[in-house]
Design a protein around this ligand. Structure first.
Ligand SMILES: *[C@@H]1O[C@H](CO)[C@@H](O)[C@H](O)[C@H]1NC(C)=O
Length: 429
């Protein structure tokens, strides 16, 4: 918590060591200091975004067969998808792995995909699912029978579990600062990263920037699962240009590169609460052995009543058994509640379409991105404070929240929400 020291001055940003339940640790100090300085200078509540930071570009200086942009994501209760890119499209889609360095006692084969976007042609984007894996275990692995050895740790199969939540990550100097805060000494360890949209908003249609982003986040994203959903900068459809063939298909880069476990649900035998979807743009998964159910919604996929997403959400929430699953989390990009002028009202249609489903399922927390300004609400439903509603919190850009779910009692989760509402504070990004 070395960097975080300054945050205490700035209004209780650290909600650490809260009685037995929820720890929400805000980091991202460069921008935070900005907010502090500004708050001292003026009473004005209006939040002003800090100036942009230059892009951080990470070049690929290895041979074409060399695996790059390695990242991992959970699949079911005990598998992991390993994803990476090779410029050489003939490189094998194989992952070798084991629990000691260099001693690969198992291997799995998957496949690769490529995509085009105007004149850009991607490298081979490999996806290989490995497992079954033991929980809370470190594995050493290598992609494509060559290149570097990576280390991953599987999430725990019981509470506690610690999430890092970061929205609107980007690939600038702010991003580099945020990534270093996530791994910084006192910032400690975590089990899984959740990203409610806008992975690299700087890439937005500039495909080589997706590759650079993949290389920038590889040190973290190859070590812990990164579970993401889409934001507006993942759409990449160009206004006025019709979807012709594959040239400018919406979400083409996002879906090819950041494949999530949308189609592995409905496995009643595994005890999973997740229901499969037909789209990478929304899905759900269990964490901590089913003690937490995480629903990733798609702000930029159809969500109205009668849509596939709406029907799936109803089905998915209905399967959650709250005796087994005390924590129900929802992430989406465009917030349903937002007091900033920026992006005001953009989440409203989705809120009207879906809020009741979340309310009836007693969702604990909704986390959103998009606005680049941290704020949080008390429990709320249909624009009114409601003790049976959810905590909701649009996240800061390039700032992270850490959440430790460590209790299985519903009363605790209520108390947590009050603490969350009382203690969390403003944040610049
Ligand atoms: C590799 O791992 C296996 C299984 O854990 C073990 O039996 C074997 O001795 C290891 N080999 C080496 C060379 O360390």
């Amino acid at each position: 918590m070395n960097e975080a020291a300054g945050t205490v001055v700035c209004g209780d940003l650290i909600v650490g060591a809260m009685a037995q339940s929820w720890r929400f640790l805000m980091q991202g100090v460069t921008s935070l200091l900005f907010l502090c300085a500004r708050a001292a200078a003026a009473d004005d509540d209006e939040y002003v975004r800090p100036p942009p930071c230059p892009l951080v570009l990470v070049a690929h200086d290895k041979p074409a067969w060399h695996p790059q942009q390695v990242h991992i994501s959970v699949v079911g209760s005990d598998h992991m998808r390993v994803s990476w890119v090779t410029d050489d499209r003939r490189a094998p889609s194989v992952v070798e792995y084991g629990t000691s360095p260099g001693n690969y006692t198992a291997s799995s084969t998957g496949d690769h995909t490529t995509y085009r976007y105007f004149f850009y042609k991607s490298g081979a984007i490999h996806h290989v699912t490995i497992g079954p894996l033991e929980p809370s275990t470190t594995y050493y692995y290598r992609c494509g029978r060559s290149g570097d050895e990576f280390t991953l740790r599987t999430p725990p199969s019981t509470l506690p579990i610690e999430f890092v939540v970061v929205g609107d990550l980007g690939e600038t100097g702010w991003t580099a600062s945020t990534l270093s805060h996530i791994t910084a000494g006192g910032g400690g360890d975590y089990d899984m990263l959740l990203l409610p949209g806008d992975l690299s908003y700087n890439a937005d249609t500039q495909q080589p920037l997706w590759d650079s982003f993949g290389r920038l986040v590889q040190p973290l994203a190859s070590a812990r699962p990164w579970m993401v959903t889409e934001g507006n900068h993942e759409v990449e459809a160009l206004p006025g240009i019709p979807v012709v063939g594959e040239l400018v298909k919406p979400f083409v880069a996002y879906n090819a590169r950041w494949r999530m476990p949308y189609d592995d649900g409905d496995d009643e035998a595994s005890g999973s609460s997740s229901s499969s979807t037909t789209s990478n743009l929304y899905y759900s998964f269990d964490a901590a052995g089913g003690a937490a159910h995480v629903v990733m919604l798609g702000s930029y996929a159809a969500f109205v009543e009668g849509s596939e997403q709406h029907r799936w959400l109803a089905r998915d929430l209905a399967r959650v058994d709250r005796r087994r699953t005390p924590w129900l989390l929802v992430l989406l990009h465009a917030p349903w509640y937002n007091t900033n002028q920026a992006h005001q009202g953009e989440g409203e249609r989705m809120r009207v379409a879906m809020e009741r489903l979340l309310y009836e399922a007693r969702v604990d927390v909704v986390l959103a991105g998009h606005v680049h300004a941290y704020e949080r609400f008390t429990r709320i439903y249909d624009n009114k404070a409601d003790s049976r509603g959810r905590c909701t919190s649009p996240l800061a850009t390039e700032a992270t929240g850490k959440a430790l779910l460590s209790s299985s009692s519903r009363t605790t989760s209520r108390r947590t929400c009050r603490s969350f509402g009382r203690r969390a504070s403003g944040m610049a990004g």
